[in-house]
Ligand binder design. Structure first.
Ligand SMILES: Nc1ncnc2c1ncn2[C@@H]1O[C@H](COP(=O)(O)OP(=O)(O)OP(=O)(O)O)[C@@H](O)[C@H]1O
Ligand SMILES: [Mg+2]
Length: 460
């Protein structure tokens, strides 16, 4: 997937996002440049720094949506964070370095689960053996018997004399066959299940300790005696659990971590949403947490520095940062100059009008109309929108956006909810299963509200 050409990336984004071509093009270029850099000779490769981007545009025009879709297109480590969540180092809250730690954590988890999938078959086999061990009554301690696992008692009862070797192995094969045929699906086995509930530890986790990148729970998990309970579990479930366990232990975590860090360093992408919320020189809302402070903390990370994580140090030199913000009250020029300089590419997203709204309602793969149609179909209701009704909705959305607050495509959500509220409520009891939304219907339902500016401020 990583080898998508810019035009293909734009094409993929087009499936979900209407318009905003400039923004799509620049993220496509940035993404492709990651791949291009990988192809360059090593010596020069290190010199090529990513060109960070700021997406600028009013609220609800697709900034975050572009990021969300982009993340699905790329195999690069990707994380999206809200700049407004950060506080200066030394204050309670998340410091900016945590985004790099998140990125590493995410990547490790992802790679680990991929690895686990790769070893699934082998794990399945091992799990099967373990399950057979559990199913066969323990009758013997001699060498031919399956090895005892810690915690397993050898229930040596006098009436069960050790069977001859061949008999035990043929029983085992019979049992295996029954297992494969699903004949044991209703039987239970005793399994040691790790007790995951550690509520007390949860309270402390990730507060304060985060700067060190230490996961308190992991630490304690190692110190405390493994909390495991014997539980009766159905065979198929037990097999699943054992497979998981085996898969986990088959994965070479050292390698996973190494690959993850390399991937993050070489092709990681951080999407910094709401960056305008930390622009501006005056103090922020919180007590004494200055936005400028957060910007200063961001500088070294964007510029390239080493962040220590629980998996080891991570260099940020080649991580791509895509920032985004509405920049209503402030301008990119209100960011501290050093930070501005580190985001050389600026792209503006345009505000949306009625033509775009018609397309947003109908064209994307996840279009709003399709969503409602699918929802109501579950009740057996056939919802149909006449073209004229879609045009009317778009028209009203534009009007309300102009007359009250411009919230972009989000307006469509509020309008649609209002428009369909009766049908959504009644659908379960309706006998007439075909519902056609006409433009008159739309006008009926929305026009009065729309024309009354005060009312629409509250309702739409
Ligand atoms: N150009 C577009 N094409 C399709 N859908 C869009 C478009 N713009 C916005 N939307 C839809 O509108 C909603 C809000 O968009 P999004 O979250 O991207 O806003 P934003 O630009 O990040 O705004 P904010 O500055 O408030 O964060 C999403 O559900 C998204 O699907
Ligand atoms: Mg957003």
């Amino acid at each position: 997937m990583n080898e998508l050409k810019p035009s293909e990336i734009v094409q993929e984004l087009d499936k979900y996002i209407i318009g905003q071509n400039a923004a799509k093009r620049s993220v496509a270029i940035a993404l492709r440049n990651r791949w291009r850099r990988q192809q360059v000779d090593e010596e020069l490769r290190d010199e090529i720094a990513p060109k960070n981007i700021i997406l600028i545009g009013p609220t609800g025009v697709g900034k975050t949506e572009i990021a969300r879709r982009l993340s699905k297109l790329t195999d690069s480590p990707f994380t999206k964070v809200e700049a407004s969540k950060f506080t200066e180092v030394g204050y309670v809250g998340r410091d900016v370095e945590s985004m790099i730690r998140d990125l590493v954590e995410l990547t490790v988890t992802l790679l680990k689960s991929r690895e686990q999938e790769n070893v699934q078959e082998k794990a399945g086999k091992l799990a099967e053996e373990r399950l057979l061990d559990l199913l066969l009554p323990k009758t013997t301690k001699q060498a031919t018997a399956p090895p005892l696992r810690p915690g397993e008692d050898s229930l040596l009862s006098p009436e069960l004399l050790p069977p001859p070797e061949e008999e035990s192995s043929s029983t085992r094969e019979k049992l295996r066959e029954m297992l494969h045929k699903g004949k044991l699906d209703n039987r239970f086995v005793d399994l040691d299940v790790a007790d995951k509930s550690m509520p007390m530890v949860e309270v402390f986790s990730n507060v304060g300790m985060e700067e060190m990148g230490i996961n308190f729970k992991d630490m304690l998990g190692g110190l405390m005696p493994k909390n495991s309970k014997k539980k009766k579990i159905k065979v198929p479930e037990a097999l699943d659990m054992l497979t998981q366990e085996e898969a986990q232990s088959l994965v070479d975590m050292d390698r996973v971590v190494k690959t993850a860090i390399e991937k993050v360093e070489q092709s990681g992408i951080v999407f910094l949403d709401e960056i305008d919320k930390i622009a501006g020189k005056e103090g922020g809302h919180g007590p004494d947490v200055s936005r400028e402070g957060v910007q200063r903390d961001l500088l070294p990370i964007v510029e390239g520095s080493t962040v220590s994580t629980k998996y080891g140090p991570v260099r940020t030199d080649h991580i791509l940062f895509i920032a985004s913000g509405a920049f209503h009250m402030v301008k990119p020029a209100d960011l501290i100059p050093e930070l501005q300089g580190r985001f050389p590419i600026r792209v503006e997203l345009s505000s949306l009008g009625k033509d775009e709204f018609v397309r947003i309602l109908t064209e994307p793969k996840n279009a709003l109309l399709l969503q409602y149609i699918a929802l109501l179909r579950t009740e057996g209701v056939n919802l149909v929108f006449e073209d004229s009704s879609v045009a009317e909705i778009a028209h009203i959305a534009e009007d309300v956006n102009t007359n009250t607050e411009n919230i972009g495509a989000r307006r469509l959500h509020t309008l649609m909810e209002k428009l369909l509220e009766d049908i959504l409520f009644d659908a379960s009891d309706m006998t007439e299963k075909d519902v056609v939304i006409t433009s008159d219907h739309v006008k009926d339902k929305l026009k009065d509200i729309k024309d009354d500016e005060d009312l629409s401020r509250y309702i739409l």
